[in-house]
Design a protein around this ligand. Structure first.
Ligand SMILES: Cc1cc2nc3c(=O)[nH]c(=O)nc-3n(C[C@H](O)[C@H](O)[C@H](O)COP(=O)(O)O)c2cc1C
Length: 201
């Protein structure tokens, strides 16, 4: 599948990061690519049970190591990491971190962390890619405002052989429509979409 995937990670429909996700997709399209925006809030995702099932490498190999299997939509989202050349995230900061639905999905990625540790070839041989993120936060200041979110996404995508580029961040963006119409901010997001696609293809 030669298509970029943009994960929109807010719980708020029609807010700032939804807008950023659409602008990223616009940039990708303008650069000649194809993009799909997936809304994580609309997906049913169960919590990691910390049951240790995915540790049992000799018994459980392959891309679906999780005891929860296909009981929810976590795998539907993960499979894009195995097929897309260009992965992007648009997310708000919640309590210096990521929205809980997104984090719940990330925790389910523990099965891939374990598979990499076990040097399973299907994950070790994934192509090297760069993932991108746009992060928005309501507060206008705070040195480490984006640090929790950045580190978590960084180590999440590393499981799939992706490096996270420095996220594009916006501070003081709080009300639902704060990003919309801020032309310089919007242009930066579109530009990131263009560059992400250009460098992936
Ligand atoms: C539960 C919750 C926690 C939040 N925590 C923070 C925070 O720690 N720092 C901050 O700057 N903004 C925080 N915000 C504000 C959001 O980051 C801000 O409103 C953002 O624009 C929301 O993006 P969205 O429109 O894409 O949902 C929080 C918002 C919510 C709902």
């Amino acid at each position: 599948m030669n298509k970029a995937i943009v994960f929109a990670c807010s719980h708020r429909r029609g807010g700032n990061s939804d807008r950023a996700a659409r602008l990223l997709a616009q940039g990708i399209t303008e650069a000649g690519g194809e993009a799909e925006v997936l809304y994580v809030r609309n997906r049913e995702i169960m919590h990691c049970l910390a049951c240790g099932y995915c540790d049992k490498a000799n018994k459980v190999q392959g891309q679906r190591r999780c005891v929860l299997g296909a009981k929810d939509e976590a795998w539907d989202l993960f499979q894009h990491f195995f097929s897309s050349p260009c992965i992007l995230f648009a997310s708000p900061v919640y309590f210096y971190h990521l929205p809980s639905r997104f984090k719940t999905w990330i925790d389910r990625g523990q099965q891939y962390w374990q598979a990499r540790l076990d040097k399973e070839p299907w994950i070790a041989s994934l192509p090297k890619r760069t993932a991108h993120a746009v992060l928005v936060a309501g507060q206008p200041s705070g040195d480490k405002l984006f640090e929790g979110a950045r580190l978590t996404i960084k180590y999440f995508v590393q499981n799939f052989n992706m490096d996270l580029a420095d996220p594009l961040v916006f501070r003081g963006i709080d009300d639902r429509n704060d990003l919309k119409g801020q032309e310089t901010f919007e242009a930066q997001v579109v530009e990131l979409g263009k560059q992400a696609w250009a460098s992936s293809s």
